[in-house]
Design a protein around this ligand. Structure first.
Ligand SMILES: C[S@@+](CC[C@H](N)C(=O)[O-])C[C@H]1O[C@@H](n2cnc3c(N)ncnc32)[C@H](O)[C@@H]1O
Length: 236
């Protein structure tokens, strides 16, 4: 008998998409960062690790995007949105062909993976020479990171310390709590140890969390201020 393992995002597919739709300006800021980081994707072979419901992919031409997603709830929606799901499972359990992809990206998924080393190593091997590993995440050191870690340790956002300073519709507590939340420096360190030395960085969500949904933000270079950051690592 196959043992069904409950994945972190099982049961949250609708909640997840709804949260972005209700935080429309925040979503637009993140989408801008996503599109900027991906750049020109025409004729590229692309893999989205932890593609979720394919929400971001539904705003690009995702006909050439392959996806890996452990949560069947999420992945089934991504499939309907046009992502070619090559595996319902964890990246840790997938064998990827070597020197195959132009771009492999993790949009928010590194934040749910404990040990990044074997996972990034596998992806770097699967990239063509000159290919890009793109990591988009809420950095642990950002205001959003602090907020999620505080919510996780208090097991609530409804606490006197947070009164009057929370966004109107914060990211679902269960999803903040199941996150592992890595810092950008930690990810850069892992990639450097794996032999990467060509980096570019972009960021958005510069405003404090309670103001981020007031209007969409622009993408700027760097990683030290944003609540959503893209690390672009080029394989030499
Ligand atoms: C924050 S969501 C991001 C989903 C999607 N990329 C997006 O941007 O909307 C994180 C996703 O990573 C997936 N995930 C968690 N652990 C994973 C793992 N070990 N391997 C692959 N995906 C994973 C989750 O199931 C979830 O869909």
């Amino acid at each position: 008998m196959i043992k069904e393992v409950k994945q972190k995002f099982d049961g949250y597919a609708e909640v997840y998409d709804e949260w972005f739709m209700k935080n429309e300006n925040l979503f637009t800021s993140e989408l801008r960062l996503f599109q900027k980081a991906l750049g020109d994707i025409k004729d590229k072979r692309i893999l989205s690790v932890g593609c979720g419901s394919g929400l971001f992919e539904s705003y690009i031409d995702c006909s050439g995007v392959e996806g890996i997603e452990p949560s069947v709830d999420m992945g089934e929606i991504a499939k309907k949105r046009g992502v070619n799901i090559i595996k319902f499972g964890l990246i840790e359990d997938v064998i990827l062909p070597e020197e195959t992809y132009d771009i492999i990206y993790f949009n928010g998924s590194s934040s749910y993976i404990e040990d990044l080393v074997p996972v990034y190593e596998k992806c770097i091997k699967a990239l063509k020479k000159g290919g890009k590993l793109i990591l988009l995440d809420v950095p642990k050191e950002s205001a959003f990171g602090f907020m999620y870690l505080l919510g996780k340790s208090l097991n609530t956002y409804d606490h006197e310390y947070l009164k009057g300073v929370m966004p109107a519709l914060p990211y679902p507590l269960a999803l903040a709590s199941s996150g592992v939340w890595h810092s950008t420096e930690e990810k850069i360190g892992v990639l450097k140890d794996l032999g990467i030395n060509d980096f570019a960085f972009y960021q958005t969500l510069i405003k404090n969390p309670m103001y981020t949904n007031e209007e969409p933000e622009e993408v700027t270079e760097g990683y030290k201020s944003g609540g959503y950051v893209a690390v672009i690592a080029r394989k030499g």
